[in-house]
Design a protein around this ligand. Structure first.
Ligand SMILES: [Fe+2]
Length: 412
């Protein structure tokens, strides 16, 4: 048979376990107050307090009181010498009979009779201060056993809570740093993209828009957030190699000749060389820059890769790049009507563009037109186009035409 004392100790144990769960959910102070009230109520003690001794401080922090003035325990000094004396005390400390108690003289002013240290993992976590019993009788051995057990549980609860708070703070700090770094990286890349576009006076904002279109297509393909962000970066940086091409060739207000064209065509490889030494957290950005002018039929440059040799990211950037090129004015021609742009895509799907990428683009476009998705692509386009007449039927036709091919390619 369990003695009453054992039953009490078990119920206190269960309460302390519950206390740890409560500590997890942040209602820690309530757990401490409830534990103190239960301890005082069980033994009919008039007054008491739970004092925490944070390891980095030399004062106590009062977590809960009962029957004492509100400012009780706020000013108690617990320096390292006192903590050492508490560790040596091995258990209960009578309020009038110890070096520790005299160091904590303030405790006695409110008729505290007993100090019970909470020692967890060899460190003073805190103290429970107790007044006398309401009956005026002295504490029995059973009483002190209950007190010790309960105080141990409160101590473990406080220790656990402190550890959780530290872990939480650390992880929040790490999380904040991570997001700061991501934002800095993305802002830096965007600034870089703006620098690339400044060199090309006819295509202001081109890199930024290619980044956004690439992001939209990747999201439509169901890619994860980090991959989508990688595609945005790839779009921003795809033309970075133009920094090594002569400004006159980039800005020529006429169709450039073969020599100038081969000079301009150096830019994907130059982009790869510029980007390769940099560590990019989300995707293989250098390869996407290198292969954004490749074509499925092998007639692209710089390496004449065919279909599956071309990274999907590069295929996405290629479509986004062409879309922005055709929907903005260039030095040698005006922007094309949207129906002509889509017709161009339609004729070149399977030879220049990847059917799966084209379908994702068409779906994203249609979803925005039909109001099923936030207007991202349309907002980018709206500067240049105010009506979308004839666009929906072509998009639907292209989806019917290419979805099968895209699915077949995906299953191979
Ligand atoms: Fe390019």
């Amino acid at each position: 048979m369990e003695s009453n004392t054992q039953k009490l100790i078990h119920s206190f144990g269960a309460l302390a376990d519950l206390g740890q769960e409560i500590a997890d959910s942040g209602d820690f102070m309530e757990m401490v107050r409830t534990s103190l009230h239960l301890l005082l109520g069980t033994l009919a003690i008039r007054r008491g307090a739970v004092l925490e001794c944070p390891s980095h401080l030399e004062t106590t922090n009062c977590l809960a009181t009962w029957g004492l003035s509100d400012d009780y325990g706020v000013q108690c000094q617990v320096d390292s010498k006192t903590k050492e004396a508490i560790l040596q005390s091995e258990g209960l400390i009578a309020a009038d009979d110890s070096d520790v108690a005299s160091a904590l003289a303030e405790l006695r002013t409110q008729e505290i009779e007993l100090l019970v240290p909470m020692i967890v993992r060899g460190k003073v976590t805190g103290l429970v201060a107790l007044g006398g019993k309401a009956s005026g009788e002295a504490f029995t051995t059973d009483d002190l056993e209950v007190v010790s057990a309960m105080v141990r549980h409160i101590g473990v609860g406080i220790h656990t809570h402190r550890l959780l708070a530290e872990v939480k703070q650390q992880s929040e700090e790490n999380r904040r740093l991570y997001f700061d770094l991501r934002a800095i990286y993305r802002d830096t890349v965007r600034a870089f993209a703006a620098a690339i576009d400044i060199k090309d006076k006819y295509t202001q904002g081109h890199s930024e828009r290619v980044g956004r279109y690439s992001e939209i297509i990747a999201r439509e393909l169901g890619w994860g957030e980090e991959e989508v962000e990688g595609m945005a970066i790839a779009g921003y940086l795809h033309d970075v190699g133009k920094l090594v091409v002569e400004r006159d060739i980039i800005n020529a207000p006429y169709k450039i000749d073969a020599k100038q064209s081969s000079e301009l065509n150096r830019h994907p490889r130059a982009g790869f060389d510029i980007l390769s030494p940099i560590h990019h957290p989300f995707a293989d950005i250098p390869l996407m820059a290198k292969y954004h002018h490749e074509r499925l039929d092998g007639r692209g440059y710089p390496d004449g890769l065919i279909d599956e040799e071309i990274p999907v990211g590069a295929k996405i950037v290629s479509l986004a790049d062409s879309f922005d090129a055709m929907t903005t004015d260039r030095p040698y021609r005006k922007k094309l009507p949207l129906t002509d742009v889509l017709e161009d895509f339609r004729q070149n799907t399977g030879t220049q563009f990847d059917p799966a990428v084209v379908c994702a683009f068409c779906r994203a476009f249609l979803n925005e037109i039909e109001g099923k998705k936030e207007r991202r692509l349309l907002n980018l386009l709206n500067r240049n186009y105010d009506d979308l007449e004839g666009v929906t039927p072509i998009l639907n036709q292209m989806l019917t035409e290419f979805d099968g091919a895209a699915l077949a390619a995906a299953s191979n």
